[in-house]
Design a protein around this ligand. Sequence first.
Ligand SMILES: Cc1cc2nc3c(=O)[nH]c(=O)nc-3n(C[C@H](O)[C@H](O)[C@H](O)COP(=O)(O)OP(=O)(O)OC[C@H]3O[C@@H](n4cnc5c(N)ncnc54)[C@H](O)[C@@H]3O)c2cc1C
Length: 323
Amino acid sequence: MSSSPSWPCAALPDADLSARTTLHVGGRAQWLLEPGDIEELRRAYVAARERGFVPRILGGGANLIVADGVLPGVVIATDRLRRCFRPMNDGNAHAEFEPENVSSRIAPAEPAADPRLIAWCGATLPSLVQNATALGLAGLECLAGVPGHLGGGVAMNAGGRYGELWDSLELVRVLDEDGELRDLPRAECTPRYRNGGLDASIVVGAVLRLKPATVAEVRERSKQYLLEKRRVQPVTEWSAGCVFKNPDPARSDGCSAGQLVERCGLKGRERGDAVVSALHGNFIVNRGAATATEVLELIEELRALVAERTGVVLETEVKVWRA
Ligand SMILES: Cc1cc2nc3c(=O)[nH]c(=O)nc-3n(C[C@H](O)[C@H](O)[C@H](O)COP(=O)(O)OP(=O)(O)OC[C@H]3O[C@@H](n4cnc5c(N)ncnc54)[C@H](O)[C@@H]3O)c2cc1C
């Protein structure tokens, strides 16, 4: 990717997005911007708005389907914003969003004394789980095996039966629609199931408050959750995670979305190379050459058949970007 004189950061025209999603389908973006720090991210966003674009934000592409063809406008990727910090022993956590503010003479605090991690939006969820484990800090084990970036995880409130990312958030730094950076304490936010509730704001970074534990304890829990995940989800295949949100159990006879798909005999249903996983009914996997169109058609087919056979209309969890 080369730096374009017309954008304030690295920029790529006509960029292939399929390789940047875990499902490996979809088309190209008119512009893909890749800021390398928070100020570049802010300036890229403002520049896009000044040119009449409302930028879309791409994290790890792990819960995303990009439609085939060309997506007009600007996509801002967080891939180069991977930094993760420990608070200093002067107690100043917020300064570490800007690493130049961190004095190298101040040592990181002891994990037990200050159990926080500070990360930019492009820090990967697996790296955060790994860092927390190495420090003996508990709270992120529920994300073991969940791909994606911190920003996408906050926006989607990633998690599962053992907890959610928002359980560990103390503060989220966002870029609002006016291009201003704002700090949102957890108490001012209303995250919901698979929805961080931040609307159009871009997650720039977050302060995570974890719980002091032992390395062995955290490692063992992460390992168990990961093993369980591998048993029930096709984690080694190309997918976009869960296609549908789990419905209200009162309306679905206690069934999850995957169980409804399975009950309707739809596991193995296929369109081209897009197929409903034999392991988990809520995952569509790409066997190699699927197109976004095939995946999207398969999703609508599943939704219609499940509604017809059970009366439950499933709501899509995966995000879809269309022109
Ligand atoms: C094999 C597999 C297993 C999975 N297991 C789980 C699981 O157990 N639990 C779970 O919750 N999810 C799971 N997922 C889905 C996915 O990992 C999560 O939703 C993850 O949080 C997506 O993060 P991302 O960075 O990839 O977001 P993306 O897919 O890039 O984006 C998703 C949405 O978030 C928005 N977004 C991304 N970054 C930002 C940002 N910085 N600011 C604002 N909005 C942003 C995007 O615009 C888009 O609307 C799984 C996915 C796969 C492929």
